[in-house]
Design a protein around this ligand. Structure first.
Ligand SMILES: [Zn+2]
Length: 335
């Protein structure tokens, strides 16, 4: 099975896993779900439906700029999505290949993934909050005196320790005493999973030393690719994604936790030409980022490559006039 097939299977299995907790008509089974107030402003009254995905995510929008899933699975079940084999098991088929290819980095890389962090940080000791298999933490070891990780999935935490030799906490941040421990934190595509992102950020604020910075990347709901794909965009289909931010709502969350925003931007178009053509001409089979080529043959491939290369040149120009066009929001704030 190749990578795309594995990932398609993974998406289908996650959708089926989610179905177990829905009623026959696709609505959330109240036995497993609880309603949720806005995780940024606590609003529970003036929420209006935003979109529903075929994976069973029901998003609402709040006046504060936040989009979030409600009702969500209960806190225990939500945590179980990351910590028990019963619910993480289906992912390991696809992850096995990732784990096999993990290798410690041998030289520093300059990556768009952490450019803003390096720009604003005074280095020192870094925490990778939600570090997964630890590969990003490993890349950052060249830039910081010390790097630690936090990953609540004990099996992924162990892979990170074994592969990269870094210290990884596998408890929840609430259960750890991290007061004044870090000069920098990276939280890379993790906050969209959190039932209570404000509590997590508040705890991170305590963990910071003076002049410490926190850098977050999350999927953004206001991007160009979201405007085209709506509920078929992979970031809103994922059953683990329950928060969708924009610059306004993430900035507000940072400020409520005691931080001052230093800089933000959005990055990545996240829509290939082949995906776009599949979306236009074969929508019933469309799976974002995992579509086979719409047509065989050299000329179709050439057309896709040409479109992708034009898009790659034009997108940075678009970002200058429409700052929120990118699919991922990056924000850095000081403690
Ligand atoms: Zn709100």
């Amino acid at each position: 099975m190749d990578r795309v097939e594995r990932l398609r299977k993974l998406q289908e299995e996650s959708r089926q896993m989610r179905q177990r907790f829905l009623l026959e008509d696709g609505t959330p089974n109240p036995e497993y779900h609880t309603p949720r107030v806005c995780p940024v402003c606590n609003n529970e009254d003036s929420l209006t439906p935003w979109l529903t995905t075929d994976s069973g995510n029901r998003y609402v929008k709040c006046n504060c700029g936040m989009r979030f899933v409600t009702p969500t699975m209960t806190a225990n079940m939500q945590e179980g999505l990351y910590t028990t084999r019963e619910t993480t098991g289906y992912k390991w088929d696809a992850w096995k290949h990732t784990v096999e290819s993990l290798k410690p980095a041998t030289a520093p890389k300059h990556s768009q993934r952490y450019e803003l962090l390096l720009k604003h940080s005074h280095r020192g000791k870094l925490l990778d909050f939600g570090c997964g298999f630890g590969n990003l933490a490993d890349e950052l070891k060249f830039f910081f005196d010390e790097v630690e990780g936090l990953e609540i999935d004990p099996e992924r935490a162990q892979v990170a320790r074994d592969t990269f030799g870094i210290t990884v906490y596998d408890q929840k941040i609430d259960d750890l005493d991290l007061k004044d421990r870090f000069d920098a934190v990276i939280c890379y595509n993790a906050l969209e999973h959190f039932l209570e992102p404000l509590a997590a950020l508040t705890k991170l604020h305590e963990a910071m030393r003076p002049q410490g910075v926190v850098y977050i990347e999350v999927p953004a709901w206001g991007s160009l690719s979201m405007k085209i794909l709506g509920g078929m965009h992979h970031v809103v289909r994922s059953i683990e994604h329950i928060n969708m931010f924009n610059a306004w709502s993430l900035g507000r969350l940072f400020e409520k936790a005691g931080f001052q925003v230093l800089e933000w931007r959005t990055v990545k178009l996240d829509l290939s030409a082949n995906d776009f053509f599949n979306y236009e001409f074969k929508r019933n089979e469309f799976v974002h980022r995992l579509n086979p080529l719409l047509k065989d043959g050299k000329s179709y491939r050439f057309l896709c490559r040409a479109c992708d290369s034009v898009a790659a040149r034009l997108f940075p120009v678009l970002l200058k006039v429409w700052r929120g066009a990118g699919s991922y929001l990056q924000m850095v704030a000081s403690a």
